[in-house]
Design a protein around this ligand. Structure first.
Ligand code: ZN
Length: 477
């Protein structure tokens, strides 16, 4: 039984999908005006892990994540980069895919873009105007917050409280400072589309409502995003969507916490914004995911290079365990008895892992189970009488299942890659690649004498081979 903390009710609730066996998820995607940073990556990796776990539990997941490719920030940045908003958005959309793929984030079922859903957005605004929830004024259209009595139910703020922070900016035609724009009249040089209210472009909030309703319908299961989106973005999404449809918009609202850098907020003005691509140049994706999942998603997560160094060592422990297990399975004779205690501990580890993820997707506790598995495997493989092959294979299945949920390593089962090794010059690297390839061939022939001779011979001259999920690596010791 999965329990989730629902921002809407402020409590942990049992998760029951609206339709049996099928879970519909919407996550607010990036505004494509820049490369994504570690804070953005946290959201994407968290909800990727939620999706992976739901699939592990046997649900069919429909996962939608949008690209906000029409936005003030894009227009401003395009002017700075001397390009068009469209070309700029294209560039950073491509960059998003590179970064998310680099982090082993599974692809969404659909990545709707605002620029391709203007008709749906206009349709939704027309419904709101017809229902008396929105009004046109001077080429703009605004949502009338006071007409929607539940406004504030997600963020827990009352309209009167919100009034203190609300303003009418110059050039806006609002009747009430609380109202927000659904449609903005065209300004010179900005992207624009024809509409019943004249040429213009949609406001940010209505975009997500229109795209979520199009691909998921009303009353879908999970709506996710960073905690900074609770107000006003998600509050406004609820107001627009529920006013227009008369139905619940999303049933469970999940929000992840911020990333701080040495306890400071990540911000451009301080200069401590870490882009995903910069981090991935320095650290393997496996370590970055371990770091991001090592803290419960609702808690703040503090970044410092030493935490990623620790995650690198964690990833190495996992890949060493994989190599050890691979070798033990290859060497173990078929048949044989025993290993019952090991089988029992595998079952209880799997139960613990599930209990952790069932408890509001507690990836930190799930990771602890993964490292417990590493310890169990090390002990079992090095025991006087190691478990029989079929039990070792069970351990490997569990190792792979944990990895599939947490997405630490890409899955390339049965096909180890020979990685470019770190250290050494190009000649040494190529020579070692050749030697590793010869050893791999020996292993495939089950010629353990030659394989071991190569490993031992290299060890004598200070080169250690490691079998990892990503292939065989070597290092100088
Ligand atoms: Zn959104």
């Amino acid at each position: 039984m999965i329990e989730v903390y629902n921002t809407l009710t402020g409590s942990k609730e049992r998760f029951v999908p609206a339709e049996p066996g099928r879970v519909r998820v919407y996550v607010c995607g990036p505004t494509t005006y820049n490369y994504i940073h570690l804070g953005n990556a946290r959201t994407f990796v968290i909800f990727d892990t939620v999706r992976r776990y739901l699939e592990y539990c046997g649900f069919k997941v429909v996962f939608i994540q949008n690209f906000t490719d029409v936005d003030d920030k894009i227009i401003k940045r395009a002017a700075e980069e001397n390009t068009t908003p469209h070309a700029l958005a294209q560039k950073y959309t491509r960059a998003y895919y590179e970064d998310a793929d680099g982090l082993n984030v599974l692809r969404a079922d659909v990545y709707p873009r605002v620029s391709e859903h203007i008709a749906e957005i206009i349709g939704l605004i027309e419904t709101l105007v017809a229902g008396g929830f929105a009004y046109a004024a001077g080429g703009d259209v605004y949502f009338s917050v006071r007409r929607y009595p539940d406004y504030g139910k997600l963020s827990g703020r009352s309209p009167d409280e919100m009034l203190s922070g609300a303003r009418v900016e110059p050039g806006e035609n609002k009747r009430d400072p609380l109202d927000f724009a659904l449609w903005k009249a065209a300004k010179p040089g900005e992207p624009k589309w024809p509409s019943p209210w004249g040429e213009g472009r949609p406001g940010w909030h209505i975009e997500c409502s229109a795209m979520a309703l199009k691909y998921l319908g009303a009353d879908f299961d999970f709506h996710g995003g960073g905690a900074d989106l609770i107000f006003p973005h998600h509050e406004n999404e609820i107001a627009q969507s529920e006013a227009a449809t008369g139905k619940t918009f999303a049933r469970y609202w999940l929000h992840n916490g911020f990333i701080t850098v040495r306890q400071e907020k990540m911000s451009k003005s301080i200069g401590n914004v870490f882009l995903v691509r910069e981090v991935l140049e320095r650290y393997p994706a496996s370590a970055v995911r371990l770091f991001l999942l090592g803290t419960h998603y609702r808690s703040p997560l503090d970044y410092a290079p030493e935490y990623l160094e620790a995650a690198v060592r964690g990833a190495e422990r996992l890949s060493n365990c994989f190599g050890l297990l691979t070798e033990a399975i290859a060497k173990a004779a078929s048949g044989g008895e025993g290993g019952d205690i090991f089988t029992d501990s595998l079952s209880s580890l799997e139960a613990d892992f599930r209990a952790a993820m069932d408890d509001d997707f507690n990836s930190a506790r799930a990771l602890a189970c993964y490292f417990d598995l590493v310890r169990e495997v090390n002990t079992a493989v090095h025991a006087v009488s190691p478990p029989p092959k079929k039990v070792l294979e069970q351990a490997m299945e569990l190792f792979s299942a944990f990895n599939r949920v947490l997405g630490i390593f890409p899955e390339k089962e049965g096909k180890p890659l020979i990685m470019k090794a770190a250290g050494g010059d190009d000649f040494t690297g190529r020579l070692l690649e050749l030697i590793i390839a010869v050893r791999q061939e020996a292993r495939i022939r089950k010629d353990w004498a030659v394989a071991d001779q190569i490993r031992e011979g290299l060890k004598e001259i200070g080169i250690v081979l490691e079998d990892t999920v990503e292939g065989v690596r070597w290092k100088k010791v």
